[in-house]
Design a protein around this ligand. Structure first.
Ligand code: KG4
Ligand code: ZN
Length: 339
């Protein structure tokens, strides 16, 4: 089954043709990052306008690279939630138009479910059930993936998402948006033990996270140093900050897996590109004889391929939509689209 999938939830206009949820036939990503960089973050209004301009060309190029026309496609898929509402609406309405014109079934896809599915494109043997750490710019969840379309959140951030914390700390250190990747690189030459970050105590769920305190600590360290006329070594601060976030993510994830009996652990979302997170998780899983999976770097960020991968399993589960489909800025990964 060949699915043409569309992604426009944030600042990438992307599309792909995916076969049976596991094989990329073509994939095109048009990023707007250079424009948003000027403002230090994504400007929603600009994102929507750029999606409008790019979407037709991106889909045309995706079909051309696949050497296909719409008549070779069996179904259409689109990210319908969560994300920037104006940005999502561009993809959703384009997909609805294509579905109306071609009569092809329309499959709405949850953005975070698609991040998880990026792993299916790389690891052909990977099948649920498994435990997944979904870490992106907007979310940080530990999710039990009981089946392809059955998920349960067992841990979440109480404040900032991991990617958001990386970006804000990087911005305070003068790095360009999106800062996560720059901070990760700067950390490679730094001393991770130079600065200590106190992990917050969280009452309630034992697997929940809180990252805003780490971010505030970075801001305070820099401001205090500036007032004293000193400069803080960016590489040491980056390395210490990265260690604090990654230790927190890894500890909770490993503990949850141990308690719940999962031996297959999966990373997903933009922050799964973090080099220390990948290394630490690989080591911790090897020690215990567990398997650790993460997407290739090319599929960690937003892309259309992961949408087509998840869409295949949503289709098999009967989750298609009609012309009443609407986009939603927020939606739990546990929920199905009602349309
Ligand atoms: O999943 P994603 O592409 O978009 C959302 O759905 O939010 O995630 C983007 C986030 C950004 O915060 C970005 O800085 C972060 O992923 N990121 C990283 C790295 N690469 C991307 N964070 C830490 N280390 C990285 N290497
Ligand atoms: Zn994303």
């Amino acid at each position: 089954m060949k699915i043409l999938s569309i992604e426009s939830s944030c600042d990438e206009t992307a599309a792909a043709v995916i076969e049976d949820g596991r094989k990329i036939i073509s994939s095109v990503v048009a990023t707007q990052v250079e424009e948003h960089k000027l403002y230090g973050g994504v400007v929603p209004e600009i994102a929507s306008r750029r999606h409008c301009e790019a979407i037709n060309g991106v889909i045309r190029e995706t079909l051309e690279r696949a050497d296909m026309t719409l008549s070779d496609i069996d179904a259409l898929a689109v990210t319908a939630a969560p994300g920037l509402i104006g940005a999502l609406l561009v993809g959703v309405n384009f997909a609805k138009g294509l579905s109306l014109a071609t009569g092809l079934p329309l499959i709405p896809v949850h953005h975070l479910r698609s991040h998880i599915a990026a792993n299916y494109l790389e690891h052909q043997e990977l099948k649920p059930p498994f435990l997944c750490l979904v870490v992106s710019g907007g979310h940080s969840h530990i999710v039990e993936v009981k089946d392809y379309t059955e998920m349960k959140i067992i841990g979440r951030t109480r404040d900032d998402a991991a990617g958001e914390a990386f970006d804000k700390a990087a911005r305070t250190m003068g790095m360009p948006y999106p800062g996560g990747i720059h901070l990760d690189k700067a950390a490679e030459n730094g001393d991770p033990l130079k600065y200590k970050f106190t992990r917050p105590k969280i009452s309630g769920s034992e697997y929940d996270f809180s990252f805003s305190g780490f971010k505030t600590a970075v801001i305070n360290l820099i401001h205090n140093a500036q007032q004293r006329g000193e400069t803080i070594p960016v590489s040491d601060l980056s390395a210490s900050f990265r260690k604090a976030i990654v230790d927190n993510l890894t500890d909770n994830f490993i503990r949850a897996a141990g308690n719940l009996g999962y031996k297959k652990l999966v990373l997903a979302g933009g922050v799964s590109a973090n080099s220390l997170l990948r290394k630490r998780m690989t080591e911790e899983c090897e020690k215990r004889g567990w398997k650790c999976y993460y997407p290739p770097l090319s599929l960690c960020g937003d892309n259309g391929a992961m949408v087509g991968a998840q869409a295949y399993y949503e289709y098999l589960a009967g989750h298609t939509a009609g012309m009443g489909l609407n986009a939603a800025a927020t939606m739990s990964i546990e929920k199905e689209f009602v349309c």
